[in-house]
Design a protein around this ligand. Sequence first.
Ligand SMILES: O[C@H]1[C@H](O)[C@@H](O)[C@H](O)[C@@H](O)[C@H]1O
Ligand SMILES: [Fe+2]
Ligand SMILES: [Fe+2]
Length: 308
Amino acid sequence: MSPSAIVTISTGNEGKQLEETSDNIESVHVLQAELEDGAFHKSQFDSEKDKTKFRQYEDACDRVKNFYREQHEKQTVAYNLKARNDFKFKVRAEMTIWEAMERLNTLIDESDPDTSLSQIEHLLQTAEALRNDRKPRWMQLTGLIHDLGKLLFFFGVEGQWAVVGDTFPVGCAFNEKIIYTDSFKNNHDYGHEIYSTKNGIYSPGCGLDSIMLSWGHDEYLYYVVKNQSTLPPEALAIIRYHSFYPWHSAGAYKEFMNEKDKLMLEAVQEFNPYDLYSKSDKAPQVEELKPYYLELIDEFFPQKVIKW
Ligand SMILES: O[C@H]1[C@H](O)[C@@H](O)[C@H](O)[C@@H](O)[C@H]1O
Ligand SMILES: [Fe+2]
Ligand SMILES: [Fe+2]
């Protein structure tokens, strides 16, 4: 066979080159991955998913609309500073990652228009979709744990508005790319002499790590995982910014990015479809999958019992 073209196949952590003839080149797409037996497997995100069926907030039920009305009113700079401070000086629980997944299982996320499955199922769906596309092991694990910050709900917060939902910066003007942007009119910081200006308390290029994102499961889990795992910076960014849709999907707040954020944005965008579109997959078999994921957890969380 005389190869007439070289096609780069995304296998996750490293690009892989495959020699292809011009006859079958069209059947090769990005997001294909080589199976162990050498056959090629097409990512389900290429064709099976009708992406227009997700995140339809205008058509969402009252539960979702009421959730955001409350969140957009109550996530202020003052609340953010208080929540960060409360977080720092307490250990709320000590348990393994798997115990945390089981503990989270009773929470039904009020902000989510796309799934009524339990959280353990959503975590396993995300991880399995990544594994299915042969994404690197650290990314599969990130999928497995990315929403564990929702445990906050069981640690005495005032409501789901302080835990779930899309995130956005506080301390500068609320961008119109945030969903239900009108509901910020009831936020105490709306119209504030500094917080309502475009840059607010930040300066262009300061880097997202210097921005106060609305407090919730992403920020909380980022701090929990940061010093207790060997996960790479991309994993930490995925955890911290996966709900920051106005940035990673709508292109807002780019002016605050620094060089590092450009790389992190790529990782967050690579991860996002696995979080979002796997929500329509059938419920995973938790007990069957458990041994694989227990081993994966051990690989990146050497001390096993985590301080939450
Ligand atoms: O409703 C969802 C859910 O709470 C997710 O966990 C969060 O990451 C999303 O951004 C949000 O839209
Ligand atoms: Fe999330
Ligand atoms: Fe998620």
